[in-house]
Design a binder for this molecule. Structure first.
Ligand code: GAL
Length: 362
């Protein structure tokens, strides 16, 4: 298969030498191999962001002359493994994978390697296998730092204010991003926890106490309800570190059912991630306070260019070749920069940037 593809790439490469500069400014590539089918395995359609990612990746690859097969594993690791097996059997030229469980793909990726199929790890790093060619993501530590920075500024911690009560939420334990988001945030919050300007009344501060399996909003809602019932009978919570909009929405539901959201009991400062529509609307309505925007159109572009480059035997543009050690190798990566979005800048970032229209946010 490799030889056939390489031969095709050589012919196609000489026939069409189009210079394409991608939207992420700086990613560039010349001459695409037209043809071949790329398999794209995404985690779930339950979250809007992965639907947008899937569409963007398909669009970019098709614009580069590839066919695409897009599948969603609906948050079930075994389903994702068998979907990838099917894509390999169908003879895809390359795979783009956003893993559900980052450790469950070793066997299937060995099958991909045996068939000479390159693999792009999309957004989430796949662990424990050398059979990952490149990693396309955002600066995941920076995501956590932006969430923490927002809380620090909103509460005036650097001006000595406090003590405030905060509760911490993290993402799914089987997602490699979780630890980066959490450590990025904790790195900035720790001095204020040490000085007791921030107090975690539940006492749950270790990563393994605060994870949320599969990033599930209902799971987060349940945990927040328990925390409110046990640790906040006579106190109020002032901030919630949430790593993802779906979790923020769950936390908000728990807070509202405990009478938060009134003048006498205002909602805490709640962060988020992904700029999902429901959360941006919530920010505009003064409920969720912040989100971290990661333009999935740019991520899709990076991943599609990586595929095109690798199939044409070019080295893609990379900007991090040391951070993302997956246990079997350091996976060369291209990391994009996330942006903090709140009430003050959603218009200039999300609307002016063409991510949402005004009408969608109404
Ligand atoms: C992470 C991703 C976040 C968020 C979360 C839940 O891996 O980096 O942006 O989407 O999954 O889907």
């Amino acid at each position: 298969m490799r030889n056939r593809r390489a031969a095709f790439a050589a012919i196609a490469g000489t026939a069409s030498v189009a210079l394409t500069m991608s939207a992420c400014g700086g990613q560039s590539s010349t001459g695409s191999s037209k043809g071949g089918t790329i398999g794209i395995a995404m985690p779930t359609q339950a979250s809007e962001r992965w639907i947008t990612d899937g569409k963007s990746v398909v669009k970019d690859l098709q614009a580069n002359g590839y066919k695409t097969k897009l599948v969603y594993g609906e948050n079930d690791p075994a389903t994702q493994v068998s979907q990838i097996e099917n894509l390999i059997t169908q003879g895809v030229s390359a795979l783009i994978i956003a893993a559900i469980d980052n450790k469950s793909l070793n066997k299937v990726l060995q099958q991909a390697a045996d068939a000479n199929i390159p693999v792009i790890s999309y957004d989430r790093l796949i662990l424990g296998t050398k059979n990952v060619t490149y990693y396309a993501s955002f600066d995941n530590e920076q995501v956590g730092r932006l969430q923490a920075r927002f809380i620090i500024d909103k509460l005036g911690l650097e001006h000595g204010k406090g003590p405030f009560n905060i509760e911490l939420f993290a993402g799914s334990s089987d997602d490699n991003n979780t630890k980066y988001f959490f450590s990025g945030a904790l790195h900035l919050l720790q001095p204020f926890l040490d000085s007791r300007q921030l107090v975690v009344r539940s006492g749950e501060t270790a990563l393994n106490q605060v994870t949320t399996l599969r990033w599930d909003g209902a799971t987060a809602q349940k945990r927040m309800n328990n925390i409110l019932a046990t640790s906040y009978r006579t106190k109020t919570v002032d901030a919630v570190l949430s790593p993802y909009d779906g979790i923020s929405i769950g936390v908000l539901a728990a807070l509202r059912s405990n009478d938060y959201g009134s003048l006498s009991k205002p909602l805490p400062v709640i962060t988020g991630q992904d700029a999902e529509l429901a959360s941006v609307k919530s920010i505009i309505a003064g409920q969720q306070a912040q989100t971290v925007y990661k333009d999935s159109r740019l991520l899709a572009d990076v991943a599609a260019n990586m595929v095109d480059d690798v199939l044409n035997k070019r080295k893609p543009q990379l900007n991090d070749t040391r951070t993302y050690d997956n246990g079997a190798k350091v996976v060369p990566a291209y990391l994009l920069q996330p942006i903090s979005v709140d009430k003050t800048n959603y218009d200039s970032v999300l609307v002016a940037g063409g991510y949402y229209t005004d009408a969608e946010l109404k």
